[in-house]
Design a protein around this ligand. Structure first.
Ligand code: MG
Length: 383
């Protein structure tokens, strides 16, 4: 029986994970769940999965949840605030922590989980962008596995199985293109509603906006470089609107290995949960006759400047990706609040990166400081 903790259980990845776990009750059990503030969903999950502990980031809501548990005679430990996540992942008798919280905010809990020797299933790309080298070193030192949940990285992980890293010629990340790769109106006029309307994937708001600017793909390129230990120069992005081929790896002999399936996040989530086993799933089988054709074309780095910025940040290395990510998180939030235009997102990120002084220390603190500084600077630009 695998015992897991889910950080971010009320979000898109969290709820899909629990759907899968519900169908695998004999193999997986839930020890802990964490949400930001959505206790209505958490109440249902507590009843259904009976975790021994939960964490609610919002203090008021955690108190409300305590009252509800008492009046319903439900026994569960309830933690709150940022330290709540750490207490949850440090519980003994947990095998795996699934991280589905968006943003660099989950960095501390990931580090705590690795230090207490839990395997990590990671759906959060920001932390790997912010402090990837630090996290991967820590994971190796503690002998734990980092299992990717992002569909592209799960694909690459599968395409690398049994192969030597030194024989990889390049990694090709596919990108659906989001809603705007064929958009012919002015990008500055794109509304929040248009940007939230992704053609193939139903996801949370932050990642959907990142998919529209293609910053998501830039973050994923850095994430792939970190997870698979391959330099950014060997990572290529190709547009593939059908989202059937989830990424591929080319080897030195010219062979290209790819992973294909219908676009359904339940597949990479389940694989991370059951690895190295493959179990049956409810995912609709791929029928290439029905799909008909798979298209591929080059991304437009001028139309989507966030791609350029990501490669630049990865090449500069050290604290630059951290600064880029923080500025992007702030800018995306400001766009969602209708404080800035769609095209301002890339501009704010670029200006923040330009003003950032790289720290060449590889300590965790330098990454966190760069993150703090960039949030402050980007916020100032927006104001
Ligand atoms: Mg992805």
């Amino acid at each position: 029986m695998k015992k897991i903790v889910i950080l971010g259980s009320s979000g898109s990845i969290g709820t899909q994970t629990l759907d899968i776990v519900y169908n695998m009750k004999d193999d997986i059990c839930i020890r802990g769940l964490a949400v930001d503030s959505n206790i209505e969903i958490l109440k249902l999950q507590i009843r259904k999965f009976k975790p021994s502990a939960v964490s609610v980031n919002n203090f008021v809501e955690s108190r409300n949840l305590k009252k509800w548990c008492i009046s319903n005679n439900i026994e569960v430990s309830i933690y709150s605030g940022p330290s709540g996540l750490e207490r949850l992942v440090e519980m003994p008798d947990v095998d795996m922590v699934l991280v589905a919280i968006v943003g660099a905010i989950s960095l501390k809990s990931i580090i705590a989980a690795i230090k207490s020797k839990k395997d990590i299933a990671i759906a959060n790309k920001e932390t790997l962008v912010v402090a990837g080298s630090y996290i991967m070193r820590l994971a190796a030192k503690n002998g734990i596995s980092m299992l990717p949940i992002d569909s592209e990285h799960s694909a690459i992980f599968q395409c690398c199985m049994g192969e030597k890293k030194s024989q990889i010629k390049k990694i090709v990340l596919t990108a659906s293109g989001g809603p705007f790769y064929k958009y012919d109106k002015k990008f500055s006029q794109i509304t929040v509603r248009e940007a939230l309307n992704h053609p193939t994937w139903k996801m949370g708001k932050k990642i959907t906006i990142d998919s529209a600017t293609l910053m998501n793909k830039g973050l994923e390129a850095i994430e792939a470089s970190v997870l698979f230990g391959v330099p950014i120069e060997k990572i290529e992005i190709i547009m593939h609107p059908q989202s059937i081929l989830h990424s591929m790896v080319e080897y030195v002999d010219g062979s290209v290995i790819a992973q294909l399936s219908n676009p359904d996040m339940r597949l990479p989530i389940q694989y991370a949960l059951t690895y190295p086993e493959r179990l049956t799933s409810n995912v609709k089988p791929l029928n290439l006759n029905e799909v008909g054709r798979l298209e591929f074309f080059k991304p437009d780095f001028n139309k989507f400047p966030c791609l350029k910025l990501s490669y630049y940040a990865a090449k500069k290395g050290f604290t630059m990706p951290s600064a880029m990510n923080a500025a992007n998180e702030v800018a995306v939030e400001a766009f969602l609040n209708e404080e800035i235009k769609f095209t301002d997102i890339a501009e704010i990120v670029e200006k923040t990166m330009y003003a950032h002084t790289i720290s060449k220390s590889l300590s965790l603190n330098s990454f966190i400081e760069a993150d703090f500084w960039a949030r402050y600077y980007a916020r100032k630009l927006i104001n």
